[in-house]
Design a protein around this ligand. Sequence first.
Ligand SMILES: *Cc1c(COP(=O)(O)O)cnc(C)c1O
Length: 360
Amino acid sequence: MGRAATATINLNAFRDNYRLAKSVAPHQQAVAIIKADGYGHGAIKLALALEPEADAFGVACIEEALELRHGGIKKPILLLEGFFTADELPIISDNQFWCAVHSLEQIETLAQANLNRPINIWLKMDSGMHRLGVMPNDYVMAYEKLTQLPQVHQIVLMSHFASADDLTSEITRKQIDCFNQTTASIDAPISIANSAATLGHEETRHEFQRPGIMLYGATPFEHSHPLADQLKAVMTLSSEIIAIRALDAGEGVGYSHRHVCQTPTKVGTVAMGYADGYPRHAKEGTPVIVNGQRTQIIGRVSMDMLTVDLTHIKDAKVGSRVELWGDNLPAAEVARYANTIPYTLFTGVTRRVHKKYVNE
Ligand SMILES: *Cc1c(COP(=O)(O)O)cnc(C)c1O
């Protein structure tokens, strides 16, 4: 009933992708990163589907962590950016969240806190990304300080990569060397690998991996990769053809007539637009699947609709199914046509799109 724009979320695919992340380092743990509402897929649904087998979950902030706890999630939850204000610390302690600490100021704040139970701290190092983290020169001192605090239970050594998705980049090598040299004198569990590192940089696999985008079936790499190519799409974004017209050569389509037909063209209008999260910057020629056949976008994406070329599509009619990305069309491929990355496509899907969960 109603408008057909739908994001179908395949929870089996999500579990299979998590198992693939685990399989590369089966004796270590994998924190399933489900920040930003599970990269737009629905964090509680994903967490419930993975709860029996997940080692832990990772989110950006306490609001996201509390939402999971209130949704019934009992596994450990890591706050990837730690706390922002001191009043979060008692809540972190009471809920036993794992908490990143990325600055010396935060360690001072922690030392002042009055907590019922000590917290597991993930001490983040800035090994070269230059966004968050304690600088390498201060890192051992920060670690030793934390070991003295009654507010602290266990400590995990943490860092994040700037370019792990580029397997030829020197930056990752430099970050690994920096991290290893700085932590050489410390005996504690380590977590440095995001999806790209988990899949592509064996030497980064330590006690805890932190896979994110791979769990949603999108490869972090530009080129084919033996592990990443086994990932399965979790979200399929689909809709339907709602109108068809046959245009003569010379007729324009949509806003500004960005597309002008060079030959007689059958144009289909699809109930999907940028207000659903489909990228407005999708170029002419961006692939779509209609009735299982590949074709392309013509004309500009508008708020509620977009237009596709049906000239060579067999049996296309009003009501034909249109896949924008998913099982038959990788989101990473669509992202390239829109000059973006699958992360923004997934997190951009809006609440107007029906979410349908399969294989719960
Ligand atoms: C988001 C995030 C991840 C997951 O990154 P992917 O590229 O999606 O695998 C891992 N670690 C931290 C600190 C993050 O913020």
